[in-house]
Design a binder for this molecule. Structure first.
Ligand code: ZN
Ligand code: FE
Length: 260
C-alpha cells in the first residue's frame, strides 16, 4: 500500500502594495517553491523567516509584479525557474517552459499545468491535484478575475471555465488581495444572491481586521463570483442578455467592472 502523501506546507504573505507571495514546501524532499516572485527582498525575507531554502520559482505570467524578484532570487539560490511557454521570452531567468497538459514533479508532488490566457497571452495556472490546491495568478481572484489585457473576452471565459471545472474543494491562491472591491462590485451584478451577501459580510469582517481573504475555493467562487456565473438567469436578466452566449455575459460583467 502506498504511503499517504503528506500535504505541502504553504506560506502566503503580502508583497508590494496588494500582491501575495506564496511559498510551498514539500516536507518529503525539502523542495521549496515560490509561486511568483513579486519582489526579491520580500520573498527572501519570507524564506528566511521560515528557514527554507528556495529550489524553484513557478511563474504564472510575465508581469513585473509577478517576476521582478526572479533574477535576484535565482542568483542567491540557484533555483530553477519554471514558467509559461506562451510568453517564455518575457520571463526573466526562465529555465523550463511549460504549457497546457504538461506535468512535472515538484519534489514528491505532481504539478499539472493549465493554460489560462486572457490577462496575458501565455498565462498559466499550476494545479496540484493530490494537495487540492491551484495557483491561479491573475486569472481568477476571490469574487473577481484579472483584467483582459492580451486576449479576447471569449478566451478569458474559456480560461475561467477550466478553473471552474476543477474539484470544488480545490483551494485557489491568487496574485492579489482585491477581494473587498470585488465584493462590492459583485453585489451590483447579483444583489439577490444570498450566498454572496453572506460572503461579503465575512470579507468585510476579515479586511476590517487586516486579515487575508485568500486562498479561496472553487465551490465558493462558483456560488458567488459574478465572473463565473454567466449562466445565472438573474444576472442575464439584469444585464439584458437573456439569450447571449455565456462568454458575452462574462464580457459585459468584465466591462462593467472596468468602468466601476
Ligand atoms: Zn498581472
Ligand atoms: Fe498582478
Amino acid at each position: 500500500m502506498a504511503a499517504p502523501q503528506a500535504s505541502p506546507e504553504i506560506h502566503q504573505f503580502p508583497c508590494l502594495k496588494d500582491n501575495y507571495g506564496v511559498l510551498l514546501r514539500d516536507a518529503a524532499t525539502g523542495v521549496v517553491a515560490a509561486i511568483d516572485a513579486p519582489n526579491g527582498d520580500e520573498v527572501a525575507a519570507a524564506l528566511k523567516a521560515k528557514g527554507w531554502k528556495l529550489t524553484h520559482i513557478l511563474t504564472t505570467h510575465r508581469h513585473g509584479d509577478h517576476t521582478d524578484g526572479n533574477l535576484a532570487l535565482k542568483a542567491a539560490s540557484g533555483c530553477t525557474i519554471i514558467g509559461p511557454k506562451g510568453e517564455a521570452d518575457l520571463v526573466p531567468g526562465i529555465d523550463k517552459a511549460v504549457g497546457e497538459g504538461d506535468t512535472f514533479m515538484l519534489g514528491s508532488l505532481e504539478v499539472r499545468v493549465l493554460e489560462t490566457p486572457g490577462h496575458t497571452k501565455g498565462h498559466i495556472t499550476y494545479w496540484i491535484p493530490s494537495a487540492a490546491v491551484a495557483f491561479a495568478g491573475d486569472t481568477l481572484f476571490a469574487l473577481g478575475c484579472g483584467r483582459v489585457f492580451e486576449g479576447s473576452m471569449e478566451q478569458m471565459w474559456g480560461s475561467l471555465q477550466k478553473l471552474a471545472a476543477l474539484p470544488g474543494a480545490t483551494r485557489v491562491y491568487c496574485g492579489h488581495e482585491y477581494t473587498l472591491a470585488n465584493a462590492r462590485f459583485a453585489l451590483t451584478i447579483e444583489p439577490e444572491n444570498a450566498a454572496l451577501q453572506a460572503r461579503v459580510k465575512e470579507i468585510e469582517a476579515l479586511r476590517a481586521k487586516g486579515e487575508t481573504t485568500l486562498p479561496t475555493r472553487i465551490d465558493v467562487e462558483l456560488a458567488t463570483n459574478p465572473f463565473l456565473r454567466a449562466t445565472s438567469p438573474a444576472i442575464r436578466k439584469r444585464l439584458g442578455l437573456e439569450t447571449a452566449p455565456d462568454w458575452q455575459v462574462f464580457g459585459e460583467v468584465r466591462e462593467r467592472k472596468n468602468k466601476s
